[in-house]
Design a protein around this ligand. Structure first.
Ligand code: SF4
Length: 331
C-alpha cells in the first residue's frame, strides 16, 4: 500500500470531569490512504465523531488528546497551534457535518458562504471566485446555480442545504474530507441522492474521504475500507467487502445483522441487545462483554490485542492465540 495521507497512532482522548479524566477514545490506530474512502462505523457513543473532531482539532473544551499522534502529510496535528490550524481547516482538510442548518450562516447568501473559503485560502479575483462557486454548485447537483447563489439557507430544502455544505467542503479541493453522518438528518429519497453525490465525488476528485455512519448499509455503498469502533476502541478494520462477507468480531456481526434488508420486509429489524456503556460505566477488559454471546472469563479482565485474521485486523479474544481453538465454533 502507498504512504498514508493520514495516520492515527495509539490515540487516547479523555473528557475531564470533576471526579477525574475518562477516556472516550482508547488506543485508536488507523490509516487513510490517498484517494480512498474510509468508513468509520459504530453505534452512537462509540467515539466516531470525537475521532473526527480530534483530526480537525475541534475537540470540546472539556476534552483533550492524552496520548498518541495524528500525522497528516508528515505533520503531527496534535501539537499544532490554532494559527496553523486556520491555514489547514477548509483548505487541506474539510468537514461536512450531519446537520447542514447548524453549519451554515443564516445571514449570508449560500454563494458567499462557498466563495468565502476561497477568499480565505486563495488569491482569486471576485469574478473568478463567483465563477468557481457557480461551477461547483452545478457539479454538486444544484439546479439554477446562478439564481441560487443569492439565496439564503432558509430558502432552500434540507437536501439543497446539504449540497451547499458539501460544496463548501469541496471548493478548495482539500486532500482530506471528513463527512460525519452526512445523510442522517435527511429523508430516505434525499439520502439516496446525497449518497450518489458522494459516489460521484469519490470517482471524480483526488481527495481522500472519511465517511462516518452508524449504518453499515450506507458504508457499503461508498467506502473502500472500514474501521469498526465500539466504546472508543477500534475492534475490527479491513476492506468493506471482506468485513461484510467474512466479519470476524461479534460486534461487527451484530451491525451486519442490523442492516435493513428489503427481502425481510415485514419482519422486525434486528438490534444488538443492550447498549453501548456510558463513559463512566466502562470496565476493564472488552467493553462489548456485557452484550456478547461469546464472552469468556478473560474478556472481563483484558482488552484483546489486535491480531490479523485472514484479511482483517480484529481485537477479540476469540482470535488471540490462547483462544484460537474457539474460532471454529463461531457462527
Ligand atoms: Fe466477545 Fe470476548 Fe470477543 Fe469481546 S473479546 S467480543 S466479549 S468474545
Amino acid at each position: 500500500m502507498s504512504t498514508p495521507l493520514l495516520s492515527i497512532e495509539n490515540l487516547d482522548v479523555a473528557f475531564h470531569f470533576q471526579d477525574g479524566d475518562y477516556n472516550a477514545i482508547n488506543h485508536v490506530s488507523f490509516n487513510v490512504y490517498p484517494n480512498e474512502v474510509l468508513g468509520i462505523v459504530g453505534e452512537s457513543g462509540c467515539g466516531k465523531s470525537l475521532t473526527s473532531k480530534a483530526i480537525m482539532g475541534i475537540l470540546p473544551e472539556n476534552a483533550s488528546v492524552k496520548q498518541g499522534s495524528i500525522t497528516f502529510r508528515e505533520t503531527n496535528l496534535v501539537t499544532m497551534k490554532e494559527k496553523q490550524w486556520q491555514k489547514i481547516r477548509g483548505d487541506a482538510i474539510s468537514m461536512i457535518s450531519q446537520e447542514p442548518m447548524t453549519s451554515l450562516n443564516p445571514l449570508l447568501t449560500v454563494g458567499k458562504q462557498i466563495a468565502e473559503v476561497l477568499k480565505q485560502h486563495r488569491s482569486y479575483s471576485k469574478k473568478e471566485m463567483k465563477e468557481k462557486t457557480i461551477a461547483l454548485m452545478k457539479e454538486v447537483g444544484l439546479p439554477r446555480a446562478e439564481a441560487l447563489y443569492k439565496s439564503y439557507p432558509h430558502q432552500l430544502s434540507g437536501g439543497m442545504r446539504q449540497r451547499i455544505v458539501i460544496a463548501i467542503a469541496l471548493i478548495a479541493s482539500p486532500q482530506l474530507i471528513i463527512a460525519d453522518e452526512p445523510t442522517t438528518a435527511l429523508d430516505v429519497t434525499i439520502q439516496a441522492q446525497i449518497l450518489d453525490l458522494f459516489k460521484n465525488i469519490k470517482n471524480t476528485r483526488n481527495s481522500s474521504l472519511i465517511f462516518i455512519s452508524h449504518d453499515l448499509g450506507v458504508i457499503r455503498q461508498v467506502c473502500d475500507r472500514v474501521v469498526v469502533m465500539y466504546a472508543g476502541r477500534v475492534v475490527e478494520q479491513g476492506k468493506v467487502a471482506d468485513i461484510l462477507y467474512e466479519p470476524k468480531h461479534p460486534y461487527t456481526k451484530g451491525l451486519i445483522q442490523s442492516i435493513p434488508d428489503h427481502t425481510k420486509r415485514g419482519q422486525e429489524l434486528y438490534t444488538i441487545p443492550g447498549n453501548v456503556p456510558g463513559l463512566k460505566e466502562r470496565k476493564r477488559g472488552c467493553p462489548f462483554a456485557d452484550r456478547c454471546a461469546h464472552r469468556m472469563d478473560i474478556c472481563h479482565t483484558h482488552f484483546p490485542d489486535e491480531v490479523h485474521v485472514e484479511n482483517q485486523a480484529v481485537s477479540c479474544h476469540l482470535y488471540t492465540k490462547e483462544e484460537v481453538k474457539h474460532v471454529s465454533t463461531i457462527h
